[in-house]
Write a protein that binds this ligand. Structure first.
Ligand code: C5P
Length: 235
């Protein structure tokens, strides 16, 4: 089962909001119920990197979901900047050259690199269109093995893939999953979901959760209930 991380730190709230003001309000409302926030493309385009710095300065952890993929030199320098900014997690696509560059850029900083194996919006037909002969599970397995060999710190995966990846990879690599829904929560557009306790049992280390917290009537209470569910699942 997964490593020793406080339950509160295992919940990463996805700040999928279109402006910094709304994100700041959400962070303020959640208070000390959570410690970790994910900032993605939308918020970055709206000034989210300043918010990332503010969050780091206020003692929160930041997951920069940039899914980098470019020539090695560019990825390496961008990763160095993310480490300097104080981010805790940064995503890259799981192409060997890209992953090697990110590991070089991260150096011995506190930044952990997470690789995205195959986007969950892709199926075998999309891979074929893009020129790949492999199926999704084949490519996920291949890229996971490459990520481990290169020294990547963790993988972003769907909850459905977690158990198999945990068995394949052993305990060292972190597994980070979206698609988490507490029992009774609306699924929205997520199709293959797991509850927080099911995810912990599948070997997941961190969960990226957006709407079940941010769209709840009482976001803080919802976050606290999820943290409690994780604590209980680990007993
Ligand atoms: O609101 P919800 O909990 O569904 O948000 C999940 C977060 O995880 C969003 O930021 C979404 O972009 C991200 N994500 C996902 N599925 C993936 C990869 C990332 O839902 N396969």
């Amino acid at each position: 089962m997964s490593r020793e991380i406080p339950a509160r730190d295992r919940v990463i709230v996805a700040l999928d909001l279109s402006d910094v003001e709304a994100a700041e309000k959400a962070v303020w409302a959640l208070g000390d119920s959570v410690n970790f926030y994910k900032i993605g493309y939308e918020l970055v385009m709206a000034g989210g990197l300043h918010l990332a710095e503010d969050l780091v300065h206020s003692g929160k952890k930041v997951f920069l979901d940039m899914k980098l993929h470019d020539i090695g030199n560019t990825v390496m320098h961008a990763t160095k900047r993310a480490a300097k900014l104080g981010a805790t997690f940064l995503t890259v696509h799981a192409f060997p050259q890209t992953m090697r560059a990110a590991v070089e850029g991260r150096g011995d900083s506190n930044l952990d690199i997470l690789a995205v194996t195959v986007l969950t919006s892709w199926d075998d037909g999309d891979l074929k269109d893009a020129g790949y002969a492999a199926t999704v599970p084949e490519l996920v397995a291949r890229r996971a093995a490459q990520a481990e060999a290169i020294g990547i710190d963790g993988l972003v995966c769907s909850p459905a893939e977690a158990k198999d990846l945990r068995q394949r990879l052993g305990a060292k690599m972190m597994l980070v999953t979206p698609g988490i829904r507490p029992a009774g929560a609306a699924k929205g557009d997520q199709k293959r979901t797991m509850t927080p306790s099911e995810a912990i049992k599948a070997g997941v280390d961190y969960m990226v959760i957006g709407r079940p917290i941010l769209a709840a009537e009482d976001p803080k209470a919802s976050a606290e209930a999820i943290v409690t569910e994780i604590e209980n699942a680990r007993k």
